[in-house]
Ligand binder design. Structure first.
Ligand SMILES: *[C@@H]1O[C@H](CO)[C@@H](O)[C@H](O)[C@H]1NC(C)=O
Ligand SMILES: *[C@@H]1O[C@H](CO)[C@@H](O)[C@H](O)[C@H]1NC(C)=O
Ligand SMILES: *[C@@H]1O[C@H](CO)[C@@H](O)[C@H](O)[C@H]1NC(C)=O
Ligand SMILES: [Zn+2]
Length: 296
């Protein structure tokens, strides 16, 4: 229900403001739904306590909130927190070189924002720590940005704004490459394979996580050296996938159809799954361990 309403809203917004959104509403909804199913009891309780009443305990319904507010004056500075611009054609991510906004404020990028809001959330378990931040906002930002960092073109080349300026056709419809990865692949998959029902798509992805790919799962959620949060490797994966799959055969003016769609859909579904698994793993570590957070 909520998802369908969101779907309609999203189309309207996209027509008014082309090319400014991240994973569309559906993508964030899927990632957060997958995460919610993997919460420990402690994490589940903490999340429910932090969510505003109108969310009725459902994190997924609010996972697009940072997109809804980012054009308001007060929140305009958060725009660059949704992505990372990397040097053209380099295909790698270097946090010191790439994680900043256009005024070169350090850590103003999606990987930096994940560290920032994770660190704030650790204050939840620390009664002596004066809670100087709004932890509801921190939870919603973290949940949203964990989705964004897994969208390959959210870590894309500066020159084409992560595919935003690459105009292509998606079947007959004129759009841009960034939007194809945020929305079109997911929307076409919903129509073609999932009966236009987002819960069917979520179930299919959950089943994939549990079944064949389960051997791969522990490393998805784990961080090196037992760190609580580790977003830099996710950014490196994304720019790698952007080069290998998103930009490939998607030059300006090209028409993308079945061949591109069917080849890239498994990548999109894997990234939605990884975003969910890693969001859950991070929140589980934050809310079950009272120790200080360690990062890098
Ligand atoms: C971290 O989050 C707080 C609260 O939103 C914000 O004031 C601060 O500028 C953020 N820091 C960075 C580096 O983005
Ligand atoms: C925390 O942030 C949310 C969303 O911006 C807001 O609705 C709420 O009033 C804030 N809570 C406090 C205690 O400031
Ligand atoms: C990570 O944690 C596990 C279990 O607590 C421990 O056995 C292992 O030594 C830790 N590894 C590092 C690198 O700290
Ligand atoms: Zn976003």
């Amino acid at each position: 229900m909520g998802a369908r309403l969101g779907f309609v809203c999203c189309l309207l917004f996209v027509q008014i403001l082309p090319g400014v959104f991240c994973w569309g509403k559906e993508g964030h909804y899927v990632t957060c739904k997958i995460a919610q199913k993997l919460f420990t009891e402690d994490a589940d309780a903490a999340v429910k306590k932090l969510l505003p009443g109108h969310a009725e305990g459902d994190l997924a319904g609010l996972c697009s909130w940072p997109d809804e507010i980012r054009h308001q004056y007060k929140w305009r500075w958060t725009g660059p927190l949704h992505y990372i611009d990397t040097p053209d054609f380099k295909c790698n991510y270097d946090c010191c070189r790439d994680c900043h906004d256009s005024h070169h404020h350090k850590d103003r990028c999606v990987a930096g924002a994940i560290y920032n809001y994770s660190t704030q959330l650790t204050a939840y378990n620390d009664p002596e720590h004066l809670q100087s931040y709004n932890l509801t906002e921190a939870l919603l930002f973290l949940s949203h940005f964990m989705g964004d960092i897994h969208q390959p073109l959210h870590v894309g080349f500066t020159g084409d704004e992560g595919g935003n300026t690459i105009i292509v056709r998606w079947y007959r419809r004129k759009t841009n490459l960034h939007h194809v990865w945020d929305n079109m692949i997911i929307e076409s998959a919903l129509k073609k394979f999932y009966d236009s029902d987002i819960s069917v798509m979520i179930k299919a992805i959950q089943q994939d996580i549990q079944e064949g790919k389960s051997a791969d799962i522990p490393p998805w959620g784990n961080c090196k050296s037992n760190h609580t949060v580790c977003s830099n490797p996710y950014a490196s994966e994304s720019i790698g996938l952007a080069c290998k799959y998103a930009y490939r055969n998607a030059t300006p003016g090209s028409t993308l159809g079945d061949e591109y769609f069917l080849d890239r859909l498994p990548i999109v579904e894997k990234r939605l799954a990884q975003g969910g698994v890693r969001l859950a793993a991070t929140l589980n570590r934050i809310f079950t361990s009272p120790t200080t957070i360690s990062t890098t």
